[in-house]
Design a protein around this ligand. Structure first.
Ligand SMILES: [Zn+2]
Length: 204
C-alpha cells in the first residue's frame, strides 16, 4: 500500500516510519472511508484528515522532526506552507530546522502572503504540506515563494497520496506514500452507485 519506508528518529528516539505514520492516522480515526470530493475536485473513497493527528502536539512534533531530518541538507532558511492544512506541520518543521515558518492563505481564490509575511530575494525556502494529493496547492505555494523572489529548495509532506511522485520540479520528500483511488467525477464508480459525495476538510 505504501513505499519508501525509511526509519528516522525523533528526539525521544521514537521511530517515525511510513508504517508508524499510517498507524497514527488509523489510531486517531484520521483515515476516513466513504465518498469524498477532494480539494482538487477529484472523488475518492478515502480521505486523510491530518488535523486529527496534528491536534496532538507530540505527534505533530514527531512528524515535523522526521521531515526536518530528511530535508536538513537542503539548507532551507524558511518554511512556507499553504493555509490551513499546512500551518501546523509547517510550524513543526520550522521549529525542528530552527527557521521561520510562514504560511500563505487564499485571498480572492489565490494563495498569497499576508500578515506582513515576506521572503528575502534569494532566501532558501522549503514548502511544507500535510497531505499532497495532486500537488496543486504545493505548486501554487512554490509559485508564491518564487513570486516573492525566494529560491525554493524543496518540498515536503507528511503523506503523499498523489499515486506517484508529484511533478513539482523541486526535490520532494514525504514520510509515507499512500495509494487511495481518485476519480474524475464523470467516471467515479461511487457516484455511479448513487452514494452521496461529501466535501471533507472543515466539517468531516
Ligand atoms: Zn464520486
Amino acid at each position: 500500500m505504501f513505499a519508501g519506508v525509511q526509519k528516522v528518529y525523533s528526539r525521544k528516539m521514537t521511530a517515525v516510519t511510513a508504517d508508524s505514520i499510517l498507524g497514527r492516522f488509523r489510531r486517531v480515526g484520521a483515515l476516513l472511508e466513504g465518498h469524498f470530493r477532494l480539494t482538487s475536485g477529484l472523488h475518492s473513497p478515502g480521505y486523510l484528515q491530518s488535523a486529527l493527528v496534528l491536534q496532538h502536539p507530540r505527534e505533530a512534533e514527531a512528524c515535523g522532526q522526521a521531515i526536518a531530518n530528511h530535508v536538513r541538507a537542503l539548507g532551507a532558511q524558511a518554511v512556507l506552507s499553504p493555509a490551513l492544512g499546512g500551518i501546523v506541520i509547517g510550524q513543526e518543521v520550522g521549529r525542528a530546522l530552527d527557521v521561520r515558518a510562514l504560511f500563505a492563505e487564499r485571498q480572492d481564490g489565490r494563495l498569497t502572503l499576508r500578515r506582513g509575511f515576506s521572503l528575502a530575494p534569494g532566501e532558501r525556502v522549503l514548502v511544507v504540506e500535510d497531505v499532497v494529493t495532486t500537488g496543486g496547492s504545493t505548486r501554487e505555494t512554490i509559485d508564491v515563494a518564487r513570486a516573492a523572489g525566494a529560491e525554493v529548495v524543496g518540498a515536503a509532506a507528511i503523506i503523499d497520496r498523489s499515486g506517484g511522485a508529484p511533478h513539482l520540479g523541486v526535490p520532494f520528500h514525504a514520510l509515507a506514500t499512500v495509494s487511495l483511488p481518485m476519480y474524475q467525477p464523470e467516471v467515479c464508480p461511487l457516484c455511479a452507485a448513487g452514494l452521496p459525495v461529501v466535501k471533507p476538510g472543515s466539517r468531516a
